[in-house]
Design a binder for this molecule. Sequence first.
Ligand code: PLP
Length: 382
Amino acid sequence: MSDYIPFAAPCFDTAEEEAVLRVVRSGWVSTGAEAQSFEEEFAAYIGVAHAVALTSCTAALHVALKAYGIGPGDEVIVPTMTFVATATSVVHAGAAPVLADVGPEHLTFDPDQVKSLITERTKAVVPVHLFGRMAAMEPLRELCDSHGLTLLEDAAHTLPARDGDAVAGRAGDASAFSFFATKPITTAEGGMLCTDDARVADEARRWSLHGLSRGAVNRYRPGHSAAYDVDRPGHKYNMSDLAAALGRAQLAKAGRLHARRTAIAEVYLRELAGLDRLELPAADTATNRSSWYLFPVRVHGHRRDAFRQRLHALGVGTSVHFEPLHRFTWLRDHVVRTGQGFPVADAAADTLVSLPVFPAMDDAAVSRVVAAVRRAHDEAGR
Ligand SMILES: Cc1ncc(COP(=O)(O)O)c(C=O)c1O
């Protein structure tokens, strides 16, 4: 199956190879100058004052919540249609995630649902820019302002995305990005916390490195004091220079990677239009631009898993984003409230299939996906 089109693959070239070699040969591979440069470059790219490079988006969500002082007794509203880390990071902070159903079009937060779940315990709202399309931030901002809540963006799928004047990563009080292997840019594993608030960035840094007052690179430098203090039981979430070097090389071409994802999405939107049992995602508009991290289609009238199997047999890898959180055992047992239902997420969930949309796909691969989807769709209709 050498010509099998995987669901996703990273887009590396000599820039990433040279970046990794540079660090390997430098004599320092843990958090240091590369991580600092990546933070500065990323902050400038998003347009925020501070960026903290971490081992994952999960870590970024976790230390952001800690930095805002959110913990035991507090509630944080998250959508059910997301990856589990959006909710478990709240649990790691000691607080309680509260699941909200989503709106039918983009499957992102429905602000009325969010509003109905706010209690005196609520401390934060975490919108997920699902698939790369921004959640509607304006109503959420108003809700958070009027109730004194923190607005923390789960921006794992975006780089870049925008909705009018709202830019993913700087539309909330803080935001968390993912650099997991399949994400718009990757460091193999990694994440970034962004904020304009210097206090939040400092707190997050402390929480992410054992509560230490000074990182290793500053203690090991010739002539520098080895002394440090510990003012809290922190975690171990600092990004290595090796990962940061990969991130810098990826960030330098983020515009090109996004343009390619957008071009592939446009082909799918054009070539797959009009299939009666296939619902396509909404197209970009002049003001609302997706990162096209994912290209989710909804398959109606026949079994989603059989459709995926057929695509697999035709040489096309796919994935599913997401099984809603309220269906997982632990969340059902510990998070879902008695009588709580999620009809919109449930109606969409069993129909979703994510097609390959990674920038390394050439035009021939894109055409093969189109042909395979058309064939699987037609066969399933017989
Ligand atoms: C919406 C969302 N949030 C958070 C995460 C967690 O990202 P990471 O693997 O970098 O911790 C993911 C990962 O896929 C995700 O899809």
